[in-house]
Write a protein that binds this ligand. Structure first.
Ligand code: FAD
Length: 473
């Protein structure tokens, strides 16, 4: 996931290189273009009637990332394959371009896209663009832009990681947004232990390398801290016994409490558990600057680290930022939609051919959280709607969200579960082993392909028996 890509690229297009892309698929069918292959876009892709629509999906990755399992992948509880589903599964029925959409002409119904694959002329730089999980560090202007026409458009480009413009975060912190991030984090954790194991290092140098800092006390930061704690207290204690006692996990947040969106008693349960486990929680702490291997915290001064994982919420996708035609939500700057998920233009009109779902959008009348659950339910709603459109039927029922509750893993096979049902006002709370069972069964159930329905429990079982793999590749 990246922060600054699209806006940089739009201005650098040489117009003569932009060419129209024609598809071999039948033009008698309407062209549906899906932007993004995440929780929103991939679910639309899965469910859409591919015989009646001429479908194109445009996304810089050719896979769907099952985000709730990324923290497990980052420490080796699961292998990376468990958290991805290939977009290519649906081609050639569907046209798939591994590319960024950089601009949308809503009047002409044309998208301008930039390949996210290595180009022949600049193989090396664009290869980095694809491989890196931080494309904002890449040089702009690689590849040849192309255009794609649409009749109907679903915008599901998600959001980027929020950094609050803290200097150095983009360069020196790790994010956890996709499998490439999880792989980079896992490599770094293992690097830290192998480096700290070198005989020439002092204990202070070892402690610094084994200082694991996480900034952001939301569910992602908490789950990563918990998974890392599991790794340290299982495989690391066993294979690096002298180093395990030097390792430390610290969770930072500016807020007075972690897990602010959970019921207070569950957040307290999590804080108490972390304290017992030796995970240090530093709330009301402000990271002011990050440099290579160290950060500066207002309340603490200089903090050396081996790994810094940054997870402080969402920032708008640059494509969304660049769109002037659609009205935006004031605080989040997401695209505003009506209850049928059609985008609302600046002058208050509905664009009947464009819908927006997932983290990139917000419904005007109901400010739902930016979660996979919401993105997935909106995508399922879109599938119903679009499949009716091609049958000349109407699906006028507005979108309704059904809250399945929130879960967070806390380590040692414990979790918390929080569900409040607006309609009934009933609140369901669960913590500990039962919540962990709910956590595992929820994510097993949500896993999409049969392959991953086999792989995920297989890896849970294998790692329970044999432990996580500490090999570095
Ligand atoms: P995404 O899933 O982020 O997908 C966006 C897609 O758009 C990606 O394929 C991206 O490559 C593509 N894209 C970006 N820019 C462009 C462009 N310019 N052109 C074309 N394509 C583009 N939610 C839960 O409900 N439960 C959880 O347990 C949970 N755990 C999470 C754990 C982690 C580590 C993270 C990071 C998030 C988690 N979430 C969870 C939140 C959830 O993943 C998001 O809310 C969800 O991914 C939003 O779906 P989306 O389709 O809007 O965006």
């Amino acid at each position: 996931m990246s922060l600054l890509r699209s806006s940089v690229r739009c201005s650098s297009y040489p117009t003569h290189v932009v060419r129209m892309f024609s598809s071999s698929a039948s033009r008698s069918k309407q062209r549906l273009v899906i932007l993004g292959s995440g929780w929103g876009g991939y679910e639309v892709l899965r469910g859409i009637d591919k015989k009646r629509w001429n479908v194109t999906i445009i996304s810089p990755t050719n896979a769907f990332n099952f985000t709730p399992l990324l923290a497990s992948c980052a420490v080796g509880t699961l292998e990376f394959r468990c958290a991805v589903e290939p977009v290519r599964k649906y081609s050639p029925e569907v046209i798939a371009y591994q590319a960024w959409c950089d601009a949308i002409d809503f009047k002409q119904k044309v998208l301008t896209c930039m390949p996210a694959t290595p180009s022949l002329s600049s193989e090396r730089s664009s290869a980095r663009l694809v491989e890196s999980s931080k494309p904002w560090t890449q040089s702009s202007g690689v590849g040849t832009p192309f255009t794609v026409r649409y009749d109907k458009l679903v915008i599901a480009v998600g959001a980027y990681s929020q950094t609050f413009d803290v200097p150095g975060v983009k360069q020196y912190a790790h994010f956890l947004k996709d499998v490439r991030d999880a792989r980079a984090i896992r490599t770094r954790i293992l690097d830290c232990f192998e480096l700290a194991n070198q005989p020439i290092l002092s204990d202070i140098q070892r402690r610094n390398l084994l200082n694991f800092c996480i900034v952001g006390g939301g569910p992602t930061g908490v789950e990563f801290a918990a998974e890392l704690h599991d790794l340290l207290h299982a495989e690391v204690e066993q294979h690096y016994p002298s180093l395990a006692r030097l390792a430390k996990i610290t969770l930072y947040d500016v807020a007075p409490n972690i897990l602010g969106n959970f019921d207070r008693s569950l957040a307290t349960y999590a804080e108490d558990k972390f304290r017992r486990d030796g995970i240090s929680i530093k709330t009301r702490h402000h990271v002011e600057r990050v440099e290579k291997d160290r950060m500066f915290v207002k309340e603490q001064g200089e903090v050396p680290f081996g790994l810094l994982v940054w997870s402080t919420g969402l920032a708008p996708n640059p494509l969304i930022q660049s769109i002037a035609y659609i009205a935006k939500h004031e605080r989040s700057q997401s695209l505003l939609t009506d209850n049928n998920l059609n985008v609302l233009t600046k002058d208050g009109q509905i664009d009947p051919d464009v819908w927006a779902i997932g983290d990139a959008a917000i419904t005007k009348t109901a400010e739902l959280p930016a979660t996979a659950q919401v993105a997935n339910q909106k995508a399922k709603y879109m599938v119903k709607k679009l499949n009716k459109i091609v049958k000349d039927q109407e699906h006028t029922k507005p979108f309704e969200f059904h809250n399945q509750g929130s879960l967070a893993y806390l380590g040692d096979w414990k979790a918390i579960y929080d569900r409040s049902t607006a309609e009934t006002g009933i609140k369901t709370k669960e913590s500990g082993r039962l919540a962990w069972l709910l956590w595992r069964s929820a994510y097993f159930t949500m896993t999409l392909s049969i392959r991953n329905k086999i792989l995920v429990p297989t890896y849970w079982f294998l790692n329970w028996i044999f432990g996580r793999d500490l090999s570095r590749f």
